[in-house]
Design a protein. Structure first.
Lengths: 499, 264
């Protein structure tokens, strides 16, 4: 008469963990829509073709070509604690347009490249993802959305309302044409195309993404968000996001991502650049839920992303919050360059890996200005056969008098076949700098689960309670709508609504 | 309330319980005493369904009505051994752990809210509303004079030994079990803390609830007065008596009982 027919308690525990972590991927459907996909392969002609399709000015094409020529000379980085499968860059299509054939913006003055009317299939897709494209159906009535499918921005909501405040929120494609001076000034100024292999690739072939400009003294009246969806087969997504917060401005920006279940890997190599001027504040939140592959590690998105913000102004603030649950491989280090004196940067991260997922994620905090301060809170949760690594660099330049950093990196293991790793680097060139680092690794014990069971809490709920308690510090940083999605992703309701 | 019949259980290859028979009626308090390693904690663990132990033989019935000979009548009784630990809890079995475990990051408030609402779900009830729940927390804290600060802390994390034990009785008060098992709740407590715990337990007893008190000492039994005292030795109940048995054990130890049953 064994409990639930398991030979040993640890077998029973593993079974619980398997059940708890084996959540079906909810967003794995595909959209059946006529999509124009350019031929596979990458060469200068493809780069020119992408630029031509987007109707770009000469300087933009030059930027792309320079990046492409640099990329051609580079090799993929190998230092991450991940096993990136060989990527054949000639077997990928670099441009997929699900809005092809629709008439575009013939009836208004803007030059967004977005279709006048949205294909009902596209609308249905975003509805299913919980992202209504009609303004009257907006999430909370207070979030503007830029919806991007494959290589093209399908729709940006509330553009007019934001424009009243002087806020520019549009696709990067539109910005290149309509706000060329701003884009030209800032694009590549935080992440130059020479930064790394994938940054060079993105700079050569980036398709769409969002552009945000908050003018001086403006507090953006709405949450801004981008929703990225990969749909087409054998295509890469190379989105590019550029956010500029001018002096004394404020914006909170959210990013969500999903992809269909496909057997082959899909490449996603994005760049996000953020510029924060004097006394401005930017909050950037991500809930990343790209398709993680199946339970045997087949398929899934390769998420190789460069995200960086520069705190260019004095007293500026930048906060990255990320909940990473998807992707077969995540290689991502949202970073901050603290250039302005007294600037403050934060990185809050929860990374969940399961099955055969691998995540190598963390941040870089580069202190250049005086009295700058950064905080790193990283929570890794590993289950199944996954590998979860925190990799971080905190640097104080010789100029960074009184720089302060506090880092706390915790790992939680569910089961005994997964791995958690921490690679913290510190590089201090100023003796007045004070950096602190703490790290813990813990496991959910059978005793803890049984204690919960005895109080009437089944194991699945108990694991959820413990995992949410563990991630609480980060989840609390998310805007409300995202917190709800993040909780759901972590499989149970969030704590703290009572008491 | 409870009928245990010829219960055998082992951990790994080692048989620890070798045929326990025990009947507990509504409203009764039973003490279980015995030397170290006699199987007292194993008995409590098996009753609440700890998966580390394997039941090899016997029956455990819970709830329902007793017949004249003490057996539980078939209608309405539940076969505990076929139930998951959480369902046993929902049916009304509570264990005050000898070593309450710490659960970092999970506040007592959220923990109790989950426990109460899981029980309500089992009973087909809606979750308790927030105001009602907080009121209940406040009321029940008083039973064991538990500091309100503790309910905002993580479960048992950083609690002193005495606070952990009081916290167990607080949870008992919140969950209102039918059968409470106190596994050496007195160990590590000073006299004052023991009095608070004992008074808490006494306040919670009703004619419909029962209690099993596992202890080494009669001091707790002076405060929680059991009707029956059982001596567990080498996996069997070898002697049963009234409260006076606890006093005898306190004065003379267990050797005389071992002699009685024919051991050296």
């Amino acid at each position: 008469m064994k409990s639930e027919g398991f030979a040993t308690a640890s077998e029973a525990r593993n079974e619980y963990v398997r059940r708890v972590t084996e959540q079906k991927y909810e967003f794995g459907f595909t959209t059946d829509i006529h999509t124009e996909i350019i031929e596979k392969g990458l060469n200068e002609n493809i780069v020119r073709l992408i630029s031509a399709k987007k109707g770009e000015p000469e300087w933009m094409l030059d930027f792309r070509l320079k990046a492409f020529r640099y990329w051609r000379e580079q090799t993929e980085p190998k230092w991450g604690h991940v096993h990136v499968p060989p990527i054949d860059y000639q077997e990928i299509s670099y441009y997929a347009d699900p809005t092809y054939g629709k008439s575009r913006n013939s009836n208004n003055s803007s030059n967004s490249g977005q279709p006048d009317t949205i294909d009902p299939e596209l609308e249905k897709t975003f509805d299913k993802l919980g992202i209504p494209l009609e303004e009257r159906l907006a999430l909370s009535g207070n979030t503007a959305v830029d919806a991007i499918m494959d290589s093209v921005s399908v729709k940006t909501t509330f553009k007019e309302k934001l424009r009243e405040k002087g806020v520019i929120f549009c696709s990067i494609g539109e910005a290149v044409k309509e706000h060329g001076d701003l884009v030209r000034q800032y694009l590549g100024s935080v992440v130059p195309y020479r930064d790394n292999f994938f940054a060079a690739l993105n700079s050569a072939v980036f398709s769409d993404g969002s552009f945000v400009y908050i003018p001086k003294g403006v507090r953006c009246p709405m949450e801004l968000s981008s929703y990225f969806r990969i749909n087409a087969r054998n295509t890469g997504q190379f989105e590019r996001t550029l956010i500029i917060a001018d002096d004394d401005s404020y914006v909170s920006y959210l990013e969500g991502c999903t992809a269909p279940m496909r057997d082959e890997n899909q490449l996603h190599a994005a760049i996000v650049e953020i510029i924060v001027m004097n006394r401005a504040e930017v909050k950037y939140s991500t809930v990343q839920n790209w398709y993680p592959g199946d339970e045997n590690g087949k398929g899934g998105v390769l998420n190789l992303v460069t995200k960086r913000g520069e705190l260019r102004g004095v007293d500026s603030k930048l906060s990255w919050t990320q909940v990473e649950t998807g992707s077969a491989i995540t290689w991502k280090y949202p970073s901050c360059i603290l250039r302005g004196d007294r600037s403050q940067a934060e990185f809050y991260s929860v990374a969940v890996t399961n099955n055969y997922q691998e995540a190598d994620t963390g941040t870089k905090m580069i202190h250049l200005g005086k009295n700058t301060k950064s905080t790193i809170i990283s929570k890794g949760i590993s289950a199944g056969h996954s590998q979860n690594s925190y990799r971080g660099l905190v640097r104080a330049a010789a100029t960074a008098d009184n720089a302060r950093n506090y880092s706390s990196c915790d790992s939680l293991l569910l089961g005994s076949d997964c791995g958690a790793h921490t690679f913290p680097y510190m590089d201090v060139h100023n003796e007045t700098a004070i950096f602190e680092h703490e790290a813990t690794t813990s496991k959910i014990s059978e005793e803890q689960l049984f204690y919960c069971n005895q109080r009437g809490i089944p194991t699945e709920q108990a694991v959820g309670l413990i995992v949410n308690g563990y991630a609480k510090e980060v989840l609390q940083k998310l805007p409300m709508e995202f917190a709800v999605e993040a909780q759901k992703l972590l499989s149970v309701s969030l704590e703290g609504t009572v008491g | 309330m409870l009928e245990v019949k010829n219960l055998h259980a082992r951990i790994g290859e080692k048989e620890i319980l070798k045929g326990i028979n025990l009947v507990i009626n509504d409203g009764e308090t039973h003490a279980i005493m015995g030397p170290n390693g006699s199987g007292k904690s194993t008995l409590s663990a098996v009753l609440v369904g700890n998966p580390q132990y394997e039941v090899t033989e016997g029956e455990v019935w819970f709830n329902g009505k007793h017949s004249a000979d003490g057996r539980l009548l078939p209608e309405g009784r539940k076969n505990l051994l076929e139930m998951k630990p959480e369902d046993r809890a929902h049916e009304g079995i509570f264990l005050s752990f000898q070593y309450p475990v710490e659960i970092p990051g999970v506040s007592m408030t959220n923990f109790m809210k989950a426990a109460i609402n899981e029980k309500r779900k089992y009973q087909g009830l809606e979750p308790m509303n927030a105001a009602e729940f907080l009121k209940l927390m406040r009321e029940k804290r008083k039973v064991v004079e538990l500091d309100s600060k503790l309910s905002n802390r993580s479960v048992n994390e950083g609690f002193s030994g005495g606070e952990k034990k009081r916290n167990e009785i607080f949870q008992m008060a919140m969950l209102e079990p039918k059968l409470s098992i106190l596994d050496e709740t007195d160990s590590g407590l000073d006299v004052d803390a023991m009095r608070i715990v004992a008074e808490g337990v006494n306040k919670l007893q009703t004619p419909e609830t029962s209690c099993i008190v596992i202890t080494h000492y009669d001091r707790l039994l002076e405060m929680i007065r059991p009707q029956y005292v059982h001596v567990l030795y080498q996996g069997r109940i070898v002697k049963t008596g009234g409260p006076e048995l606890a006093v005898l054990i306190q004065e003379h130890g267990y050797d005389w009982i071992k002699e009685e049953i024919g051991e050296e």
